[in-house]
Design a protein around this ligand. Structure first.
Ligand SMILES: Cc1ncc(COP(=O)(O)O)c(C=O)c1O
Length: 398
């Protein structure tokens, strides 16, 4: 019976079914207005996102990748500069630094939270020749600690760009929202994000008026007034249709996040009943060889863009195959750390450079966590994972 249950990694149709009428109405309004570029929908979304993130300004753009690029351009990163970022992240984090002619310096992660490790940043900064900025990532929706990073930024004397692409609405232990405290915060509206557009989209947030103004010019080819260019920018606008869709969805975001958090707590409990511990306990320390995400501490708010478990690298890919055979979608975020990507080979990264990053890339697996999951689906995921991991653990113990 339970084998007939299927659980995709993400089911956007389930979400769409609940808001179809509202979406149809606003999409029709935009079509009737024939105002597709910039305009009132984009402006209203920018105001609403700034309010949601507790920032003074928000500037829409064409993708989360472009948000990173525009932020780097706004703080003046260019050829010859160095920017520290994690290696364990989506490609765009390092890719955008490289694209501007700067050099990404890849830091290791904290193996418990998977976020960039402050000590590793210190180490890299000590060896950097022309450090221009640091760009940490709020990975999987788990917020970075604002105070630790602000102290680090002022100690190193460089601005901070928050890659908050996966973390809209997440908060650290002091209640600081992701994207609210760096020089610029960057978000993605890729459809798999907690707030996803019907295509690509992104936004930058900032409290600095000059940065906000510059970001607004840079996304319009650098022209102001139109056709007069003191600087060279790019074409990176958020479409009015996306903005209209996102404004409808934003009203539901906190409810969807609560659903993800409830699912994460459900998984945590169910896996713990079978002997799993959190990622605070190393796999080497023994016990049932399954680690769940360490829940956010204190008042922090993890928004669970991803729910990522950890198992021994020897069984990770086989577990993925087993889940696929049982109808469960999963993903590996991310199988190849940035310091080992072929396109960055000339930066000299070697296997063994960043041990926590490399282990995470080999041991982690993201499970379905979207808010519409049913109890039967969650039970099927847990039963399949536990049966497979338990069987493998028994074999290796025997
Ligand atoms: C950490 C991180 N940074 C940047 C991006 C880039 O966002 P986009 O796909 O909207 O360009 C993503 C999106 O997947 C991401 O997860």
């Amino acid at each position: 019976m339970s084998d007939a249950v299927t659980v995709p990694l993400l089911d956007l149709k389930a979400q769409y079914d609940t808001i179809r009428a509202e979406i149809t109405e606003v999409v029709n309004e935009v079509i009737e207005s024939q105002w597709f570029i910039m305009g009132p929908q984009v402006k209203a979304l920018e105001e609403e996102i700034a309010q949601y993130c507790s920032t003074r300004f928000a500037v829409g753009c064409a993708s989360g990748s472009d948000a990173l690029m525009l932020a780097l351009m706004a703080i003046g990163v260019g050829a010859g500069d160095e920017v520290i970022c994690p290696s364990y992240t989506f490609f765009a984090t390092g890719g955008m630094i490289h694209r501007l002619g700067a050099t990404p310096l890849f830091a290791d992660i904290d193996p418990v939270t998977y976020n960039m490790d402050v000590a590793s940043v210190h180490d890299l900064a000590g060896r950097a020749k022309n450090l221009k900025a640091i760009m940490p990532v709020h990975l999987f929706g788990q917020a970075l600690e604002k105070d630790a990073y602000l102290a680090l930024g002022s100690e190193l004397g460089v601005p901070i760009i928050e890659d908050a692409a996966q973390a809209l609405g997440s908060e650290d232990t002091t209640g600081a929202r992701a994207g609210s405290w760096g020089d610029v915060g960057c978000f993605s509206f890729f459809p798999s994000k907690n707030l996803g557009a019907f295509g690509d989209g992104g936004i930058c947030t900032t409290n600095d008026e000059a940065h906000g103004d510059l970001l607004g010019i840079l996304r319009l080819h650098g022209g102001r007034p139109k056709y007069y260019h003191q600087i060279v920018g790019v074409n990176s606008r958020l479409d009015a249709l996306h903005a209209a869709v996102l404004r409808v969805k934003l009203k539901y975001l906190d409810g969807w996040t609560a659903g993800r958090q409830a699912n994460a707590a459900w998984y945590d409990r169910a896996f713990a009943e079978h002997g799993a511990t959190t990622s605070a306990v190393g796999l080497d320390e023994g016990g049932f060889p399954l680690r769940t995400p360490e829940p956010a501490g204190g008042a922090a708010r993890h928004i669970y863009n991803q729910y990522v478990i950890r198992v021994p690298s020897a069984i990770r890919d086989a577990l993925r195959e087993e889940l696929k055979a049982k109808g469960v979608g999963t993903e590996v975020y991310y199988p190849v750390p940035l310091h080992l990507q072929e396109c960055f080979a000339d930066l000299g990264g070697r296997t063994g450079d960043l041990p926590h990053t490399e282990r995470a890339a080999a041991e982690t697996l993201a499970l379905p966590i979207y808010p519409e999951l049913t109890e039967q689906q969650k039970r099927h995921v847990v039963d399949t994972v536990v049966a497979f991991v338990g069987k493998k653990a028994a074999v290796s113990a025997g």
